[in-house]
Design a protein. Structure first.
Length: 160
């Protein structure tokens, strides 16, 4: 019973840190989106443009944990996206955070996304690199205590 209390306490602390980081990022993401909207609204959309909603799953290569994951990509300027990731770990514990990803278009039409985000003292810095090919996004991630992959598909009619 004491181990369960310890785990639940840790989950509450982790969620509080992630939510605080998410709220700080939201303010800066909103400012960037407004600035981008005021700028060049006629920027061309690439075939593998990640803007929109994605759904899939993540998997830790360290411990095999896995779970569902969703992401909402919003273009803030030509080579930058504000992304909100949401998912679950341990099957029941929700997580959500925002980050900014840099995009570069490759000669084959795919898009490479890179970025990192500090998620507090316990989780450290979360870094990722992804490739978008059409309606598929494949990524690797690493953080202070974990590393793994996530795979997502474009979610044309998803509603939340």
């Amino acid at each position: 019973m004491q181990k369960l209390r310890l785990v639940l306490g840790l989950v509450v602390v982790l969620q509080a840190g992630i939510l605080a980081a998410d709220q700080q990022s939201q303010a800066s993401s909103d400012s960037a989106a407004v600035a981008a909207a005021a700028g060049d609204a006629t920027a061309s959309v690439q075939a593998s443009d990640p803007a929109g909603t994605w759904s899939g799953s993540w998997c830790s290569s360290r411990n095999g944990h896995h779970g569902p994951m969703r992401a909402e990509f919003c273009r803030t300027c030509d080579n930058q996206y504000s992304v909100r990731f949401r998912g679950k770990f341990w099957g029941i514990v929700p997580f959500a955070y925002r980050t900014t990803l840099q995009a570069s278009t490759n000669s084959d039409g795919t898009v490479t996304l890179t970025g990192s985000r500090r998620l507090g003292l316990l989780l450290g810095t979360f870094s990722m690199q992804a490739t978008v090919t059409g309606n598929t996004l494949k990524a690797t991630y690493c953080s202070k205590q974990d590393q793994g992959t996530f795979t997502m598909s474009r979610c044309g009619g998803c509603n939340d």
